[in-house]
Ligand binder design. Structure first.
Ligand code: CP3
Length: 345
């Protein structure tokens, strides 16, 4: 049966009169209602594992703005935690994890079915959302791509250049590849369980794909995305996959074809015109307004939003930012972006 929800129609390759829209990090600190629920939950991880409250913050931007899709509220670092890594967040600084530097560290990790013991509350959030979301809203599940998740697991924190992960790859390639393989397998199981709970689309976030070049990009960004997509397609043939190899540059070209992904999300380091010519030729694209417009607003926002809608108007397109919205954004600017997209060309 042909899909009726706008996001699913775009993902099936349909060119719509106005693109459907959602926003990365749409549930987040720029919204006062998010900050209130987060304070009620305690810390960020308690919010992720509290299914009722995680569903509540997922619904907040849908109520406020009527986005075409909701994205499950969780984090890409919950999977390493489910594999046995310690995880905590330092306010104002970001995530911290126990590091993997040796075979002995790796051997402490679990795998297989045990991940669900930790991740069950996330599947419960998905079930609640499928009951509570408006009929026309698509529910997107997600996971981090193996390379991006590995960069945090190896360094034990976020790093500007992913130096520790590149160093391990150079010094102990066998161990590095074992980490990528374990994450690839667990990501398949994690996304599959989200789909079984009710996720209608899944997105793979490879936020640090841009630091992999040449052969490394093919082996550690493209190949894991291909394996994950192919295995999900064999288990759940009707569920579309969005791949986000952020800052891949020329690596975006042919990414959908090579992996089997239904859509490639584009960051704002490339122009919409370039992406229309080089990436949208293969199918649906998502993106790519710079997040700073959600802080600055005004005519710049309107003009750039229109330019992106126009550049992608000849093919299937889902409007989004090029990366997540930042905490200093003005909620009014989000409304201006949505109104501009929906008012048509
Ligand atoms: O998009 C959404 O609204 C869905 C939820 C979501 C979050 N994180 C919630 C979150 C998603 C899809 C993510 C993905 C994620 N998490 C990525 C990939 C996408 C990207 O942004 O590149 C990465 C690298 C992470 C890891 C992570 N989580 C970091 C580095 C941080 C700290 C940075 C910061 O902004 O403080 C987080 C925390 C986090 N994840 C927040 C939210 C809403 C802020 C936490 C808070 O409320 O204090």
């Amino acid at each position: 049966m042909a899909p009726t929800k706008t996001i699913l129609r775009a993902l099936a390759g349909e060119t719509l009169p106005t693109p459907p829209i959602w926003m990365m990090r749409q549930a987040g600190r720029y919204l006062p209602e998010y900050r209130a629920t987060r304070a009620q939950a305690g810390d960020f991880l308690s919010l992720c594992y509290n299914s009722e409250l995680a569903a509540e913050v997922t619904l907040q931007p849908i109520r406020r703005y009527g986005f075409d899709a909701a994205i499950l509220f969780a984090d890409i670092l919950l999977l390493p935690q489910a594999l046995g890594a310690d995880l905590w967040f330092v306010t104002g600084e970001g995530p911290r994890l126990s590091t993997i530097q040796s075979d002995a560290d790796f051997d402490k990790l679990g795998g297989g079915e045990m991940i669900h013991d930790t991740l069950n509350p996330i599947y419960e959030t998905v079930r609640i959302l499928r009951r509570e979301l408006p009929e026309e809203t698509t529910l997107i599940g997600f996971a981090g791509a193996p390379w991006t998740v590995a960069t945090y697991m190896i360094a034990g924190r976020g790093t500007p250049d992913q130096g520790p992960a590149h160093a391990l790859k150079a010094e102990n390639r066998a161990l590095f590849e074992k980490i990528i393989e374990r994450l690839t397998e667990s990501t398949i199981d994690y996304l599959s369980a989200q789909i079984e709970a009710g996720a209608e689309v899944v997105k793979l976030f490879d936020s640090w794909a841009g630091s992999l070049k040449g052969d490394d990009f093919a082996k550690y960004a493209l190949e894991p995305a291909r394996i994950i997509t192919q295995e999900l397609k064999s288990r759940h043939p009707d569920i579309p996959v969005i791949a986000f190899p952020r800052e891949a540059g020329e690596g975006y070209i042919g990414f959908a074809k090579a992996t089997g992904a239904d859509c490639v999300a584009i960051d704002n380091s490339v122009s919409a015109e370039w992406a229309a010519k080089n990436v949208q030729v293969d199918g649906c694209v998502q993106g790519n307004l710079a997040s700073r417009h959600m802080v600055t607003g005004g005519d710049d926002l309107v003009e750039e939003t229109r330019a992106i809608v126009k550049a992608f108007s000849k093919g299937p397109h889902i409007f989004n930012l090029g990366h997540g919205i930042t905490p200093d954004a003005d909620p009014e600017n989000v409304k201006l972006m949505i109104d501009t997209v929906r008012s048509g060309l």
